[in-house]
Design a protein around this ligand. Sequence first.
Ligand SMILES: [Ca+2]
Length: 556
Amino acid sequence: MSVRKAIAIMTCLILLIAAITGCNGKSTTTETQGSTTGATTSTATTATTGKDKLANINLESQFPVVYEPITLTLMGARAPTQGEWEDLKFFKVLQERSNIKLKFITVPAENWEERKNLAFAGDNLPDIFFGCVLSANDEMTYGPQGYLLPLEELIDKYSVNFKALIEKQPTVRKDITTPDGHIYTLPFVNDMPRDLTEKLWFNKVWCDELELEIPSTLNEFYTVLKAFKDGDPNKNGDPDDEIPLSFKDLNDPLDLRLMLSYWGLTVDPETYIANKNDKLVFAPNQPIFKDFLLYMNKLYTEGLLDPESFSQTNEQLKAKGKQDVQILGGFVNPGPFLVVPEDQNEHYIALPPLLTPEGTREWLKLNPVRPGAFAITKNCDEEKSVAALRMVDWLYSSEGALVLMRGIEGEDYVYTNPEKTQCKLIIPEGFSNFEEYRAKKLTPNSGSRTPGIGAYTLPVVWNPLNDYINEQVDKNLVPYWKQPLPRLYFSAEDQKKIASIGADVNAYVVQSMARFITGDLDIEANFDNYLNDLDRMGIKEYMEIYQAAYDVWKKA
Ligand SMILES: [Ca+2]
């Protein structure tokens, strides 16, 4: 290029910049004029001194993230089902579009904890963590020590999509803000309603057969279960083969815990903690818990609750559902077709929550935040930090989420309607299903915790079984959603205490529920002793620790 030509191009560029700036200045208010002036000044400084550390970052649009290529080392946890990360299409596309070269340090998922700890202990850190789990404890330990960089200012200044997300959902920001006010990791935020709740599937065909309304109160629920038992709703002439309600799993009685919502105690599945009027309570020592036990004991005694509910596995439940003649009235599972034959999927409705004694209806919403999926370490200077953040910010957009989860249009999926709201997946030869292909060839999103958002805004993969579940969840459960507990941070000492008390208490509650409900332990005679035992185990201190952490969360 001749000098004259170069000068001509530069002149054009300067004129163009001047034109844009001038135009902005004229058409905007005083306030934005101020910020425009600021931007112009900083651009001018960059051009003259060339010392702006962010000169290489594209701050105008998503891609490329950097004008001149840079390299980042990335450490993540690789699932055994996955191909080598450098071969995955997602990472190829990401590097190509962003202009950031990634050097992978992948650790087999089963060795993650150990290798992660070694990396911190030996000060042998990557530039970024991606597709892994950094715990609340990691954040609280390695953040203040300077190993992990605080991200809140970077988010505020340089992210677009994630910033919009936490503005729209402030609880996400609270959930990832440590008690010292910093954000050290970014999460995966699952926005898919059907993934964020549990469902009690209830046999609508039987209700129709018996000319009964879908139950809406605890009394009606009992009446309908009784009719299921006595009325031969499967019409095989055998009045005794119906199982009105069948639960599963002695060690993790999720199904039973869900029922607590009908008594106004929607509990966090891991801790049995409920939120009553913005105060945390331990559901199993509330007076109303006794009513729950008495009701469930009545169902059990009258044969309305499957006697195998405390022992059977999910596989055993499924075996009951897949028989020629249907015998199941109600059960808990992610979808009916997982338990009963596919052609009976729509025979079951997601039962809307029953009226609580307080006259309300509520149902469990699980926390959409899966934290610790991404972090930037002290190895990154300002340029690298901003570049890494802007690269990952893409995954919080629908466009980025689509590439992360589904791949590339025309290669991995095709749209099946002109509006591009529905698509069909392409499964290449040699793979038995799309998930296998996703893990081997496409994305770390199959098997690893990647930063980003769920599939809610993505084109729907046509599947009538799932479509029905989505519709049921949206209509019957989402309106009553209540998330009992946000993500909380605890000091190491408190963490140790709640782990120890929690383990004892949890085991005792599970065992006591089974004994009370099956009648092995008389409820009236023993409930007070049971409460005393919980006190002795330290439930008061346990709840004080949770309440204090919750109060900190509220202020975050
Ligand atoms: Ca029958």
